[in-house]
Design a protein. Sequence first.
Lengths: 325, 460
Amino acid sequence: MQPALELKRVRKTFGTTVAVEGMDLVVPRGALYGVIGPNGAGKTTCIRMIMSILFPDSGELSVLGRRSALEAKDRIGYLPEERGVYRKMKVGAFLIYMAQLKGLSAEDAASRAPKLLQEIGLPDVEGKRCEDLSKGMLQRVQFLGAIIHQPDLLILDEPFSGQDPVSVRILREQILREHRRGATVLLSTHVMAHAEEMCQHVVMIHQGRKVLDEAMSGLRRQFDPQTVYFEPLEANANPSGLSNVAGVARVESVDGTYRITLVPGTDPAIVMARLAAAVAPARVELARLRLEDVFVRIVADGPHGDAVTRALRASVTASSEGALA
Amino acid sequence: MKQSMRRIGLVAGREFLAAVMNKGFVIGLLIMPAIIAILVVVFPRLLNRNVPAVRGEVAVIDMTGQVAGGLRAALTPEAIAARRRDSAARALQNAPGVVRDAATNTPAMERAIGTPPQLTIVERPASTDLQREKQWLTETVAADGLRHLAVIVVQPDAVQAAPGSTKYGSYELFIPQNIDARLETELYDAIRESLVSARIQAHNLNRQEVEAVMNVRRAASVTVAVGGERQTNLAFNQALPFVFAGLLVFGIMIGGQTLLTQTVEEKSNRVIEVLLSAVSPIELMAGKILGQMAVSMLVLALYIGIGLFALMSFAMIGLLDPILILYLVLFFLISYLLFAAVFSAVGAAVNEMREAQSLMTPVMLMLMAPWMFATVIGREPNSTFSVALSFIPPVNTFAMMIRLGSATPPPTWQVLATMLVGLAAACVVTWFAAKVFKVGLLMHGKAPNMATLIRWARAA
C-alpha cells in the first residue's frame, strides 16, 4: 500500500529566505508521526505544502496516494496553526458546516456534532456562539472540526499551543483515539515533551532541513543514555563504592540521590547491576532520554557554533518548561 | 465538479444566512423605506406645524395712485390663502388622479397652505424720501411686535405706459435681512396681481375675458407604443432612469460591502486556513459572491416589490414597461459580478478594513461615476456621449439602464452589445480578482498597493 504521505526533495523559498530545503519524508498509513523543531524551523511551511495551501518550488509530493491534497480533501482532517472560527456562528452550526464542506450529509453532520462535543467535554455549548467560548474551549471545537468527518489522514499544526494542562490531556486522548480508529496522524509541535509522550516516530526539522527521522524506540537505542540515577537504601551509605564501579566516569550527589555518568560505550544494564551489587539500592534508574537532548546534540554536531547550540537549548528548554508548567 | 458545486453551494448558503440572519441586516433593510416615510409623512408636518403667522408692515409708495388699493386687497390673509390653494392644486395636476383626489381639501392640504401672514399696508405719499424708507426697514421691531417687512415702490408708468412707448414700467421691492422666502414670493405674486388688475382697468378691459383668453389647459400627453397607448407622466419618466440606476448601485453596494467586510474578517480572525483545508480558494470566492448576490437580490426584489405595489395602488402600473425589470435584473447580475470580484479580491488582499480604504477609493469612484453622468445621459439618452458610455465598462450597465428608463429607449442591438461588453469585462476582472484572492488570502503583513496586486496576479 502507498504511504499516507510522501515528500521527495521538496524545496520552498519566500523571496530570498529558504524555508524548506531537500525535504524527504515518508509517513506510512496508520502511523503517528511528530514533526518537531523550534519556532520558525519550517514545520508550518511543510504542512501547508502538504495541504496544497502553499506549493513547493521544486520536488514531489503525494498525499493518500494522490498528487495533491486537493484531490483528497474530504479524507484529510486539518487543524492549522492559524485557526479561527466565525465568531457570530453557533458552535453546532460551525461544526456541521465544516463537516458538510468535507462531504458529510447534513443529517450525518447534525447527528455527529453533539456526540463529539459531549466526548470532548463540552456538552452544553452547541447552541452558544463561538465568541462566547474561552480560547481553550474553542481550540477543542476547532479540533472537532478537523475530525468530524473521520479522516484517513489527520494533520495537526501545533495542536497544544495555548492550552491548559487539562485541555492538553483531553486533546491528547482524542488524538490517540483517532489514531486507534485507523487514522494516520501527523502533528507538529515545538514542545518536544508532547511529541515524546505520544508519537511513535519523530521527524526533526531545523532551519528548513530534516535533521532526524526516527522511530521513538530506535531513538532510545541510538542515543544511548549515559546517565543513571541511584538512590541508596541507607542514607549514610558510602558513595565511594559507586565511583569505584567499572564503567562509571563521574558521580554527583543531588539531594541524597546520585547522578552517575557512565563511560561512553558501556552497556548501562551491566553497570546498573554492578552498582546495585556495590551499594544496596532503594532505586536504580536509567535517566529517561529527552528529545530535546537529542535535538541539541544533533544540532551541536552540525556545522554550527556553540552560541547557536546554547541559544537553541535555551529556547527549546524554555518552551517545554512553559508547556509542562 | 459535482463536489465543487456542492461546496460552492454550501459556502453561498452560509454567507447568505450569516448576512440575512442578523439584526443589522433587518435594520438596514428597513432604513430606506423609513427615511422615505419620514420625508413624506413626518417632515412636512414638522415643517408647517406651529409656524406662527408672520405679522408685519409693508410700506407702499404708489407713484401711480392706482395700485395701492388693489395691493391692499391682494395682501389680505384670505387672498394669500386662496393663491396658495391655487398653486397647490396646480402642483397636483401632474400627480395621479388618486393622489390628487386624496390630497385636495384634506387637513394635509390645509397644513400645506399654512397660516397666511397678517400684513398691514402702510401707504406713503409719492414724494416720500426713499432713503428714509430704507432706513425704516432696518429699524428694530416696533413695540407692537409688527416687523417692517418690505417697501414697495410702484413706478409712475407701471399702469400706463409712458407716451410714445409700448413698454410698461414696473416696481421696486426693498426687503430687510432674514425675510421668509415664501413671503417674498407672495409679495411678488400680490404686486403682479394688483398691477395686472390696475392695467386691465386702465384699458377698460374685462378681466374675466382676458383671463379666459389667456387660459389654455395643459393636457397630459399619451404615449403611443406598439403594445398600445398609455398615459405619459413627465415626472415619472424623468425619475425612472434615476430610480433604476439607484437600484443598481444600491444592490451592488449591499452585496459588495458585506463581501469586503466578511472576507477581511475571515482573514483577520484566521478562519480562512481552516476553510481552505476544505474548499479551494476559487470555490470559496465563488460561493461568497453567489451568497452575497442572493442577499442583494432579496433586497432588490423587496424594493422593486414595494415600488410596484406603490405604482399599483396609485393606478400607475401601466406607466412601467415590464421588460425594464428584466433588464434591471440582467444588468444587475453583470455589474454585480464585476464589482463583487473586485470587492472580494480587495478583502483578501488586506489585513484589516482600514487598509481596504485606499484600494477601495477607485472602486467607489467607478461605482459613483454613473451618478455624475446620470443627468447628462437622462437628458440626451441617444447622444454620442451616452452611446459611447454604454459600451465602456464598468459604467456601461448604468448608462444603459438610464437610457432604457428614458423616454427614448435605445435600439435592441445596443442593449445586447452592452450586455456582451459588460459580461466580457466581468469575466476579465473576475479572472484577475481570483488570482489576487488566491494569493492574498494567506498573506499577512504590509498592506498591498496596486502594484503588489498585479505582481500577485502574475505570480498566481
